[in-house]
Design a protein. Structure first.
Lengths: 335, 292, 333
C-alpha cells in the first residue's frame, strides 16, 4: 500500500453554507480554474446540502445546480468534479441523471449516520453509470463506532468506493476520531475518509489523527471556508502532510494561490471559531444550522446559544432546520 | 348493514387497517388475505375471528361476493396486477401502495369527487398531512409562488420498503401537491430521525406569499385542522402559521393511535385513517357502489 | 448452449421421466438448470417434468415457459407453499439471493427466507413418496475468512456473527445445519453444494461483484478502476459447467456429503481486468489505485469433487470470459 492521501476539496460546497448558498458564476470560474492546477483529487461544487437541496428549509441557491456544475466542469481539465447527494433532498430522476450529463465525475452519497440503507439505489445507479460513488455518514458523532461500522459496510456493499465519516458538528476529540477510523479501516475493503469541522480548533489535528489511524481520503476547504467554524484548512493540511512525507500530489504554491483567491473573492467575513460555533459543537448540532440559528435568534430576540442547546437536546439531524423556528418560539414564550 | 371490505396484504399497514375497521360502525372486514398464514398480522386477525386466506387476490377471484371494497396494502408491483382484476370484479379499491394508478384522494379535500371513482390512491403520509393545509390556503390566496414540504419521521417507522422508495415518495408527494394546490413550483423533502424515544411525525409547510393576510390564513388553517382531526385524532398544529422572510410557515405533528404499531408511527396512522374515512364515505353512500 | 459428452448424457439418464422441483427457479442457478433440463428433453427425449417455484419470473424465463408443457411455474414465496406436487423425485433448493445488498437493506426478511424457506422445503419434502435426493444450495461464503488458499470442504474459518456482513453466511450455515438435522432425524437424502463465483449469460452486470463491473465498464468504454492492488484472487466457473455439476451432485452425491461448486483456477483481479480489456478490445485503461493491501483469496479446492464425482472444469477462464462478454454485448447494451 502506498502512503498516498487523496485530498478532497469541499470549498465550493461546504463553503456555500457560509455565504448562504450565494456562489456566483465568476467565483466558481475563478476557483475551479485555480484549483485545477493544484493536484487535489476532486473539487466539490454546489449547494451546501448538495444536489437538489436548494430550498427554503436549508436556503435557496443563487444559481441552479446546472449552472454551478456546468461552469465548474468547463474550467476543470485535471481535477475531478464532485457533488454531495443526500437522498431525501435529491432524487435519481430529478437530479443525479442530470448531474451525470453535466459532467460530474464523483458522487458522494450521504445519509445520517444510522440510515445508510436509503443510499442503496443512488449508489447503485451511479456505479452502474460508470461514475465514482462514495458513501458519506453524516453527523457521525451521534452513534457508536460499532453501528457506524455496520452502516459503512452497508454502503460498501451497495458499491461505494470509499466511506467518509463526517464530523458534521465539529465535536470530535482526537480519541473519538482514532477509535472510529481505526475500526473502519481495519474492517472495510474500501478506503476510509474523514471530514472535519473546526468548531473546537481540532480540524487539522483530527485529520492527522484520522490519517494515522488509516484514513486515505481527507476533506478540506481552502482557508477552512465551510459551514460554521469551517473545515480543516486544506492548504495547511497539505503543508503538514508534505512535512511528514505523505504523498498528496499537491503543488503547494498553487494551492496557496487558490487559497489566497478564496480570501479575496469568496470570504465576506473571516472564518473564525465564533463563540456560537463552540456552543454548537458542545450541543452536537449540524454546523450548517448556524446561519439559520443566528437569523432566527436575532429576529425573535432569543439567545442563539439557548437555541443550539435545545436543538442538541432534541437530537435533530441535518435537514431538520425547520425545528429552529419552532424551538426559538417556544424559548421565547418561556422567557 | 355495514359495508363489506377486504384487506390484501397482512403487513403493518394491513394489520393496522384491520384494527381500525373493527372500531368503525360502518365497515365490516370479511376477508384478510395474504400469502402466509403464520405471519404476525394473520395471527392477530385470527384472534379477531376474521375470515383469513393465504391465497392473496385469488381469494377474491374465487369468492367475488365476499366484499364490495378492497384495501390494497401489498406493494406497487402487486397493485398493478390487482387493479385490472378488481376493476373487472366491480370492486372499489383503496390503494395504499405507491402505484399511483387511481385518483389522488385526501378525505378532507375531495371526498365527493372520490365517490365517482373506483380506484383511489392515498398518496403518501407526508402528503396526507400537508397537502390539505396547502389546499386550504390556496383557496384564499390566489398567487402562491412556491410551496415546500419537509417531513421528518421516526427511523423506526420506516421499513425497508419505504427506505428503498424514498425517491418515489418525493415524486408522488410533489405531484399531488401541485395537483391540489395549483402551484407549479413545489418541493418535497424527507428526513429520517433515529432519536430514542422516537419522535412524532413532523411536517413543516413553507408557502411563498407576498403580503399574506395572516389572520385569514390562520382561520382557514384551523378549520382544515379540525376537519382532519375528525378522522386523524393524533393530528395537530405544532407551529401556528407565522410569516418569516417572505414565507408563511407552519408545522403539523401527527401522533399515531397506537393501534398496531406504537404511537411514533404517525405516518402509518394518517394514511390508514384517511383510507378508513374514505371507505366509510362509500359505506354511507352505498348506492354509488351498486350503481357501478 | 450445451455440448455434453456421451458419457455425461448417460450419467444424467437417471433423470428420465422424473419430476424435478427447483425452488428459487428464476434466479441465475434456476435459470441455468432450467435451460439444461429443457435441453435434455428436447435433444435426448428425457421427458422430465420441471416445477419452478419463485416469487417472480424473470423475462429470461417468461418467454420460455409460456410455450412449453414440460415446465410448470408455481408463483409463490417458498415459505408459504403448503405442499409440493406429489410425484417429485428430485429437489434443488436454490431459493435465496446471493446479492449482498439485499442482506444489508432487509436483513431480517433475508434471514427468514433462508431459515423458514429451508425449513418449509424440508417439511414438504418429508411428504414425498418418490423422493430420491435433495440438493441444498448453500454458499462458499460459509467458510468465513481463512488463511488457506484452496478451500476444501472441511475448512472452516472465522465468522463474526455480530457483524452485518454475517447475515448471509450465518443464515446459510444455519440452513446447512438444519438440512442435516432433517437428514439425521428423518433420513432425508440431502447433499450440500457450496457455490463460489460464476460469470456468464443471464447474470446482471448491475451486481456488486468486481468482474461484473469490469465487464460493464469496458463494454461502456469506461476505465476499469481497481481500488486495491489488484492482487486478490478469485475463480470463475462458466454456468454450463455449473449446471452439469449440480445435476451430477443431485444424482450421484452421497447423502450427507458437502461439495464445492466452482473453478479451482485462481486469477487475480488485475489479470482478469486485463483479459476482459483484451477480449473487448476497447481503448480503456486499468487504474490500480493501491488503496489497500488486500491479497485475499476465494478459490475452492475441488479435488474431492473430481475424485468422488468424476467432474471437472470444461470451460477455461478465457472461454468463460469470451462467451460471457459475447452474451452481455448482445443482451445488455
Amino acid at each position: 500500500m502506498t502512503n498516498k492521501i487523496n485530498l478532497y476539496d469541499v470549498t465550493l460546497r461546504d463553503g456555500s453554507h457560509a455565504i448562504a448558498h450565494q456562489l456566483s458564476i465568476e467565483q466558481v470560474e475563478h476557483y475551479t480554474k485555480a484549483i485545477d492546477q493544484t493536484g487535489v483529487y476532486a473539487v466539490e461544487v454546489g449547494h451546501g446540502n448538495g444536489l437538489g437541496a436548494s430550498s427554503v428549509l436549508v436556503g435557496k441557491s443563487q444559481l441552479s445546480d446546472e449552472i454551478l456544475l456546468k461552469t465548474a466542469k468547463e474550467n476543470l481539465q485535471h481535477t475531478k468534479l464532485g457533488i454531495h447527494v443526500i437522498p431525501g433532498f435529491a432524487t435519481i430522476k430529478k437530479d443525479i441523471e442530470n448531474a451525470i450529463l453535466w459532467g460530474v465525475d464523483v458522487f458522494r452519497v450521504a445519509s445520517h449516520c444510522t440510515e445508510a440503507d436509503i443510499t442503496e439505489r443512488h449508489i447503485g445507479y451511479v456505479r452502474n453509470k460508470g461514475k465514482e460513488a462514495y458513501g458519506l455518514l453524516m453527523m457521525s458523532h451521534m452513534t457508536s463506532p460499532e453501528i457506524l461500522l455496520d452502516e459503512a459496510i452497508k454502503m460498501q456493499t451497495y458499491g461505494a468506493e470509499g466511506i467518509i465519516i463526517l464530523d458534521s458538528a465539529g465535536s470530535y476529540l482526537p480519541d473519538d476520531v482514532k477509535e472510529r477510523i481505526t475500526l473502519l479501516s481495519q474492517n472495510l475493503n474500501v478506503p476510509v475518509g474523514f471530514h472535519a469541522h473546526n468548531n473546537l480548533g481540532l480540524g487539522i489535528s483530527n485529520s492527522l489523527v484520522a490519517i494515522e489511524s488509516g484514513a486515505q481520503i481527507i476533506d478540506g476547504a481552502t482557508k477552512g471556508f465551510g459551514a460554521g467554524a469551517g473545515n480543516a484548512q486544506l492548504e495547511v493540511l497539505a503543508a503538514v502532510l508534505q512535512k511528514i512525507n505523505y504523498q498528496t500530489n499537491i503543488d503547494l504554491y498553487k494551492l496557496l494561490d487558490a487559497a489566497d483567491m478564496v480570501e479575496k473573492d469568496l470570504i465576506k467575513e473571516p472564518i473564525t471559531i465564533s463563540s456560537l460555533s463552540i456552543v454548537s459543537a458542545m450541543a452536537g448540532v449540524f454546523s450548517g444550522f448556524s446561519k439559520h440559528v443566528k437569523r432566527v435568534a436575532k429576529e425573535l430576540n432569543v439567545d442563539p446559544r439557548d437555541i443550539f442547546m435545545e436543538l442538541g437536546r432534541h437530537k435533530v439531524v441535518a435537514g431538520q432546520e425547520d425545528t429552529i423556528i419552532d424551538i426559538a418560539l417556544k424559548l421565547k414564550k418561556r422567557i | 348493514m355495514n359495508l363489506k371490505v377486504a384487506i390484501l396484504g397482512t403487513g403493518n399497514i394491513g394489520t393496522d387497517l384491520l384494527i381500525k375497521i373493527f372500531r368503525s360502525p360502518y365497515l365490516q372486514c370479511t376477508l384478510f388475505a395474504g400469502r402466509n398464514l403464520s405471519s404476525k398480522g394473520m395471527l392477530k386477525a385470527m384472534s379477531f375471528g376474521v375470515p383469513l386466506s393465504d391465497k392473496g387476490i385469488d381469494a377474491i377471484i374465487e369468492n367475488p361476493t365476499c366484499c364490495d371494497l378492497v384495501f390494497d396494502a401489498t406493494s406497487a408491483a402487486s397493485h398493478k396486477i390487482h387493479a385490472p382484476i378488481l376493476k373487472q370484479l366491480h370492486k372499489i379499491v383503496i390503494d395504499l401502495t405507491p402505484a399511483k394508478l387511481g385518483l389522488f384522494t385526501i378525505p378532507s379535500v375531495n371526498l365527493a369527487e372520490a365517490l365517482q371513482y373506483d380506484n383511489l390512491n392515498m398518496i403518501t403520509c407526508g402528503g396526507q398531512a400537508s397537502i390539505p393545509i396547502a389546499y386550504a390556503i390556496s383557496k384564499i390566496v390566489k398567487n402562491i409562488d412556491y410551496i415546500e414540504l419537509v417531513s421528518t419521521i421516526a427511523s423506526k417507522s420506516a421499513g425497508p420498503g419505504t427506505r428503498a422508495n424514498i425517491d418515489e415518495y418525493i415524486e408522488t408527494t410533489e405531484k399531488a401537491l401541485s395537483h391540489f394546490s395549483g402551484c407549479k413550483t413545489v418541493k418535497a423533502i424527507i428526513n429520517l430521525n433515529p432519536a430514542q424515544p422516537s419522535i412524532d411525525m413532523n411536517t413543516t409547510i413553507y408557502l411563498k406569499i407576498d403580503e399574506p393576510d395572516m389572520h385569514l390564513i390562520s382561520v382557514e388553517v384551523k378549520k382544515m385542522v379540525e376537519v382532519i382531526q375528525s378522522y386523524v385524532p393524533g393530528y395537530f398544529l405544532a407551529l401556528e402559521p407565522v410569516y418569516d422572510n417572505g414565507f408563511v410557515i407552519l408545522s403539523i405533528k401527527v401522533q399515531g393511535l397506537g393501534d398496531y404499531l406504537p404511537k411514533y408511527a404517525g405516518n402509518l396512522d394518517i394514511i390508514n385513517s384517511a383510507a378508513i374515512a374514505l371507505a366509510e364515505e362509500f359505506a354511507k353512500n352505498k348506492e354509488v357502489i351498486y350503481d357501478k | 448452449m450445451f455440448t455434453l459428452t456421451e458419457n455425461e448424457i448417460s450419467n444424467l439418464e437417471k433423470l428420465k421421466n422424473k419430476e424435478i422441483l427447483i425452488t428459487g427457479g428464476s434466479g441465475f442457478v434456476g435459470t441455468w438448470l432450467t435451460q439444461l433440463l429443457l435441453y435434455l428433453n428436447d435433444t435426448y427425449n428425457f421427458n422430465i417434468t420441471l416445477y419452478l417455484i419463485a416469487r417472480q419470473l424473470t423475462c429470461n424465463l417468461e418467454a420460455l415457459i409460456d410455450s412449453r408443457k414440460d415446465i410448470i411455474f408455481i408463483k409463490n414465496d417458498i415459505r408459504n407453499i403448503r405442499e409440493f406436487p406429489k410425484d417429485i423425485a428430485y429437489i434443488i433448493h436454490a431459493a435465496s439471493s446471493p446479492d449482498n445488498r439485499i442482506y444489508m437493506s432487509n436483513p431480517i426478511e433475508s434471514m427468514n427466507i433462508i431459515s423458514d424457506g429451508t425449513k418449509n422445503t424440508m417439511e414438504n419434502a418429508l411428504l414425498l413418496e418418490k423422493l430420491e435426493k435433495i440438493v441444498h444450495l448453500s454458499s462458499g461464503q460459509i467458510y468465513g475468512s481463512l488463511d488457506s488458499h484452496n478451500i476444501t470442504e472441511n475448512d472452516f474459518g472465522k465468522l463474526n456473527c455480530n457483524s452485518i456482513s454475517a447475515i448471509y453466511p450465518e443464515a446459510k450455515r444455519y440452513a446447512e445445519t438444519l438440512v442435516n438435522a432433517y437428514r439425521s432425524l428423518h433420513k432425508l437424502p440431502v447433499v450440500q453444494v457450496r457455490p463460489f463465483s460464476f460469470i456468464g449469460p443471464f447474470m446482471s452486470l448491475n451486481k456488486p461483484w468486481a468482474v461484473n463491473s469490469f465487464i460493464r465498464d469496458v463494454l461502456k468504454t469506461k476505465n476499469i478502476r481497481i481500488l486495491g492492488n489488484g492482487k486478490p484472487v478469485r475463480s470463475y466457473m462458466y454456468p454450463t459447467d455449473m449446471a452439469v455439476w449440480i445435476l451430477t451432485m443431485l444424482l450421484y452425491g452421497k447423502s450427507g456429503a458437502s461439495y464445492n461448486l466452482g473453478s479451482d483456477v485462481g486469477i487475480s483481479l488485475e489479470e482478469v481486468a486485463i483479459k476482459i480489456k483484451n477480449i473487448v478490445g476497447n481503448d480503456v485503461s486499468i487504474e490500480i489505485l493501491n488503496m489497500n493491501d488486500s491479497c485475499s483469496e476465494f478459490v475452492p479446492n475441488i479435488d474431492y469433487v473430481r475424485h468422488e464425482l468424476d467432474l471437472d472444469i470444461t470451460v477455461n477462464i478465457d472461454d468463460t470470459l469470451k462467451k460471457s462478454i459475447q452474451w452481455f454485448e448482445k443482451n445488455l447494451l
